[in-house]
Design a binder for this molecule. Structure first.
Ligand SMILES: [Zn+2]
Length: 371
């Protein structure tokens, strides 16, 4: 393994720049969009009912998952795995988290991962045991991972994302917000570790597993700048995390300004990402629902118009046999003519109700599923 070029310090990373500025920008855009959609849901009473039912279902389902976690994973305490607990408490204190969340160690078939979750007002952090085996219980690398998850809790990302769920359906925007949040949490991790090379190494473990110790993290960061093009740009736009080479480069950027720059993306990738991403299934579903509603309304209007026309024709033909009654018959034409006119507002009145039923029905599960 080649000598790492950085000293064990966090460069220009301070408590004042732990938040990626893009996170704030995307947050306020999503907030405006989400407030508008939530207002539509509230106006349509059916929407409130659907959201309420799905929220309760998600709360109970998540409660069961957390119960499984708490009963089948190892709770880390000062007595149980003291080194790991000390690292965690130290990371919480360095990041200014007042209340130390419960920390669990979970075996998951060799998978390298960690996550933060929240239920019933309580925060939890989970470390996969493979990470602890690979990095060590009191290493700066494990502090980076802990700090990253603490960052999600400190910034209240879990709660924010639930409320921003309606805005998240917009293409590109939801993913961009997710990526900005992850970049913020990487800063938290690096600050908790107080060691930039170790932070880069912890991220490299996600890319190359136990081989990470043989990887030059600076060359890996270079990969972010040298491996560009249409498909890489497209891939970057549709994922919820910055690419691992970008994450390493962003950390390195706090020691070397040239790595803090962001290379451009292929403009065509934005168009492709707009129409072809993981969200497409949702968009296709919403489009099918919308088209079905419009076709149904169109058929109803046509049927009423045809019925009114038939009735009008019947009246005209019966009046034709009684010429003396032509004057009253012509005035009667206005009565049936008003039938189609009345039918349109009544059909239109159904449209917001039907459309509102479909929107929250698809949004709510994604919000609960995300955590
Ligand atoms: Zn994260």
């Amino acid at each position: 393994m080649e000598t790492q070029p950085l000293a064990s310090q966090t460069g220009t990373l301070t408590p004042n720049n732990l938040v990626n500025p893009r996170e704030e920008t995307y947050f306020y855009i999503l907030l405006v969009l989400s407030i508008f959609i939530w207002a539509c849901v509230v106006i349509s009473v059916v929407g409130i009912f659907v959201v309420l039912v799905l929220t309760i279902a998600a709360w109970f389902t998540h409660g069961l998952l957390v119960a499984r976690l708490r009963s089948e994973s190892v709770l880390i305490t000062p007595q149980q795995y003291p080194d790991l607990h000390a690292s965690f408490v130290e990371s919480c204190q360095r990041l200014g988290l007042d209340k130390v969340p419960e920390l669990y160690l979970l075996q998951h078939g060799g998978v390298l991962n960690a996550f933060a979750t929240r239920h019933a007002g309580r925060n939890f952090v989970v470390l996969y045991s493979s990470f602890v085996e690979a990095l060590g219980a009191n290493s700066p690398m494990i502090k980076f991972l802990m700090g990253h998850e603490i960052g999600h809790l400190r910034r209240k990302h879990l709660t924010k994302k639930v409320w921003l769920t309606p805005g998240m359906i917009f293409p590109l925007l939801g993913e961009a917000y997710h990526r900005a949040c992850e970049a913020t949490c990487d800063r938290h991790g690096a600050y908790a570790a107080d060691d930039l090379p170790a932070s880069m190494l912890a991220l490299t473990v996600l890319a190359s597993g136990r081989e990470a110790s043989n990887v030059n993290t600076q060359y890996f960061a270079d990969q972010y700048f040298t491996t560009r093009g249409f498909f890489v740009s497209w891939h970057e736009l549709i994922i919820n995390y910055p690419t691992l080479s970008q994450r390493v480069a962003q950390i390195l950027g706090f020691a070397d300004a040239k790595y803090a720059k962001r290379p451009g993306r292929n403009p065509l990738a934005y168009i492709c990402a707009l129409f072809f991403s993981a969200k497409n299934i949702l968009y296709i579903y919403l489009a099918v629902v919308a088209v079905s509603i419009l076709i149904s309304l169109g058929n109803q209007v046509k049927a009423k118009e045809a019925a009114a026309a038939a009735q009008l024709q019947d009246n005209s033909s019966s009046d034709a046999n009684a010429p003396a009654a032509q004057a009253p018959a012509s005035s009667d034409q206005s009565a049936p003519a008003s039938a189609p006119a009345n039918s349109i507002p009544s059909a239109a009145a159904q449209m917001p109700s039907s459309a509102d039923q479909s929107a929250p029905a698809t949004n709510a599960p994604s919000s609960s599923g995300g955590h």
